[in-house]
Ligand binder design. Structure first.
Ligand code: ARG
Length: 484
């Protein structure tokens, strides 16, 4: 056993001996939660103001505390201030440094607070800020996809179902679909943010505070819409972390599906797109290789994002309410998800922005595999043939074309008449890729006009998301907070 915990630990009073080194090693979180220090400082400033209004901190003490925290915030930002080996967590480290710099005044700042409400507040603040940072890089990716899509609205390509050529589509349509998927993720972040805008501070360890504090004032100062309505719930609720991890995992899944398509498009077999040298890698043994590593890492990293979510859900399952030390396990998956997305998405954006598409190759593949058979069926339906029969007749055309080794538009008049009296040579007018695309005029469909309208709406949506991403979470946040 070590000596009784020194004056540095936050909880030594009732212990006769200090913690074992093994416990210290297990318990210590400052090596990863130090990144929350700016948020812990910010909430300490808000808390100090409330202590002052409650008559628990004199005006000159408040002024000294606010100035010391501004100084420490800058030192944390520059890396000058660091946690010490004996600091258990970020709260211990911040309190130790503030006492070093302020003397006894620094020791007053824990009144009415517990690490339980502190950590829940820090993590909410941190994730709300990071959600905007993630939204900002998603918006850049959406912009790259939209720019490429606008260039390729009139580029026909084979569209796939079951990874088999199905019907021709506009390649702008193909790219726009990914922008929609990410738009739903940004919508989720916005929705999540509104639910996360609740301040746990004032809950204390679990039952609130007897010191006449003002949780609503602290909440407003920290940019939260309200203070928590139930203090026991507030210190144990980590739904916001789990939900954040779900959105991060969903973004990861969307990145992985885009990544898989880039792998296919840039393969020799598809040949739809070429990777830029700066956004692809070579092989250490095969000099000719150009590999889509970014796309593959997008696919691969979705696995760890899903792991961050499922691992944390397992941590929460069966936990009794109020604080349990298990909850310390909320931070590493959350940090990992943030770090993963912030390093992955800009790379995917660069890869997408620099893809060079081979529109001739895509156009050549568009009608392949008798992909225009649906046009025959639709042509017949427009002439009052029931779709069930029209489907059969179009199928017979495919069979005849395959037997003769020709395309659908090569079938001669006699063959058409033989297949069905409902067919006549004017059916050939719809048997072109351009005609098939132009006909898909449903909003959201593949006609160039529809795709252009869709992209215009997407651009407006992306710009709205850009503004959301740029908006600050904490009103009048100090420089040492916003620089992160
Ligand atoms: N480091 C802890 C965490 O991250 C802070 C809360 C500790 N509370 C306690 N009662 N030991 O969860």
């Amino acid at each position: 056993m070590a000596d009784k915990p020194g004056s540095k630990a936050l909880w030594g009073g009732r212990f006769a001996s200090g913690p074992s080194p093994e416990l210290v090693a297990l318990s210590r979180s400052v090596q990863f939660d130090w990144r929350l220090a700016p948020y812990d400082l910010l909430q300490t400033q808000a808390h100090a103001r409330v202590l002052n209004r409650a008559g628990l901190l004199a005006d000159d003490e408040l002024a000294a505390v606010l100035a010391a925290i501004d100084g420490l915030g800058a030192d944390v930002d520059s890396g000058v201030a660091q946690p010490a080996l004996e600091d258990e967590d970020v709260h211990t480290a911040v309190e130790r440094i503030l006492i070093e710099r302020l003397g006894t005044t620094g020791a007053k700042l824990r009144a009415g607070r517990s690490r339980n409400d502190q950590i829940a507040t820090d993590l909410r603040l941190y994730l709300r800020v990071q959600a905007r940072a993630i939204a900002a890089v998603v918006v850049e990716l959406q912009t790259a996809l939209t720019d490429q899509a606008l260039d390729l609205v009139d580029a026909p390509a084979p569209g796939y179902t079951h990874l088999q050529r199905a019907q021709p589509v506009s390649f702008g349509h193909e790219l726009a679909k990914h922008v929609h998927a990410f738009a739903r993720d940004l919508d989720r972040l916005d929705d999540w943010d509104q639910r996360t805008s609740v301040s746990p501070l004032g809950s204390g360890a679990l039952s609130g505070s007897a010191l006449g504090l003002d949780p609503e004032a602290v909440a407003a100062e920290l940019g939260f819409a309200s203070a928590a309505a139930n203090s026991i719930d507030a210190v144990s609720d980590r739904d916001f972390a789990a939900e954040f991890l779900f959105v991060a995992a969903m973004i990861g899944v969307h990145l992985s599906r885009l990544g898989e398509e880039v792998c296919l498009w840039t393969s020799k077999e598809f040949g739809f797109a070429k990777l830029h040298d700066s956004w692809s890698t070579g092989s250490s043994i095969m000099p000719q290789k150009k590999n889509p590593d970014i796309a593959e890492l997008a696919r691969g990293k979705s696995g760890r994002l899903i792991g961050d979510l499922t691992g944390f859900l397992a941590t929460l399952k069966g936990l009794p309410f109020a604080y349990n030390r298990d909850l310390q396990e909320d931070k590493e998956p959350a940090f990992d998800a943030v770090d993963t997305l912030l390093v992955l998405i800009p790379a995917v954006t660069g890869m997408i922005a620099t893809l060079e598409f081979d529109t001739d190759r895509m156009a050549a593949g568009a009608p392949d595999g008798h992909a225009l058979a649906t046009e025959i069926a639709d042509w017949l339906v427009a002439r009052s043939v029931p779709f069930r029969d029209a489907h059969e007749i179009a199928g017979a055309c495919v069979q005849a074309a395959e037997a003769r080794g020709v395309q659908l538009w090569d079938l001669d008049d006699a063959t058409l008449a033989e297949i069905s009296p409902a067919l006549d040579p004017t059916v050939r007018e719809v048997l072109s890729v351009q005609g098939a695309l132009a006909g898909r005029t449903t909003a959201g469909g593949s006609s160039p006009a529809s795709v252009r309208a869709q992209l215009a709406a997407l651009q407006a949506d992306v710009e709205a998301c850009r503004l959301w991403a740029q908006a600050g979470v904490v009103p009048g946040a100090p420089e040492w907070l916003t620089s992160r």
